[in-house]
Write a protein that binds this ligand. Sequence first.
Ligand SMILES: C[S@@+](CC[C@H](N)C(=O)[O-])C[C@H]1O[C@@H](n2cnc3c(N)ncnc32)[C@H](O)[C@@H]1O
Length: 239
Amino acid sequence: MRTCERPGRFPRTIAAQQSEGAAITTGVGAQDDPTAAWAFSETYLAEDVTLLRARERAAELGCATVSPGTGALLRVVAAALRARAVVEIGTGAGVAALWLLRGMAPDGVLTTIDPESEHQRAAKVAFAEEGVPVHRTRTIVRPPLDVLPRLSDGAYDLVLVATDPPAYADYVEAAVRLLRPGGVLVVVDALLGGRVADPDRRDETTTLVRRLAHAVRDDERLTPAIVPVGEGTLLAVRR
Ligand SMILES: C[S@@+](CC[C@H](N)C(=O)[O-])C[C@H]1O[C@@H](n2cnc3c(N)ncnc32)[C@H](O)[C@@H]1O
């Protein structure tokens, strides 16, 4: 029988490994360097001057941003969905927003929420430099939990959660309500750069994010996956 396995690289199928209770081997062999693979995926697409300037403003504000690889993934998801209605929780200086807007339908509207007016101002500068028509962004300077209940149920193609981890669970619940069937939830920092995968890391933030990953995995309303890009990116399709 022909198999799709490459000799010496995938010695057994994943199903066979699982049935034997063995550790799962992946496409990265022992001789390969996963750090180099990660670095390649993060630099696969170069960022242009508008994104780099948005990153500079974020650094000046001490505001974290999504990685270039995560940004590219966001653009792909937005483009695959032909997204016309997107919510971002945690605008920052607008780096993720720029990637999203580049993937969304030309008439798509990004609603982006952040309690910090300075961050929102920086994001607006980025949108202006990008030449984004003003009607394509709704920037809301408020605590997201005040705003999210006012947004329509089942009306959004994509919801991005990109804030501080302690608030994730509330935002994910709101996102599930906002998404249409087939819409996609994205949560950044879902592996906290690897801490979530380490069972010995039991600090409050790591435990919280690990619990969230398990809750999303077990939520029957969602079809999830975690992609090891950036600090780890959780994706889930609303059923
Ligand atoms: C990591 S930054 C967002 C980065 C942005 N999405 C990007 O990649 O360019 C997180 C943002 O969340 C905001 N934030 C912090 N705590 C928050 C909270 N509890 N709820 C909502 N936003 C919060 C901060 O003001 C900050 O701008």
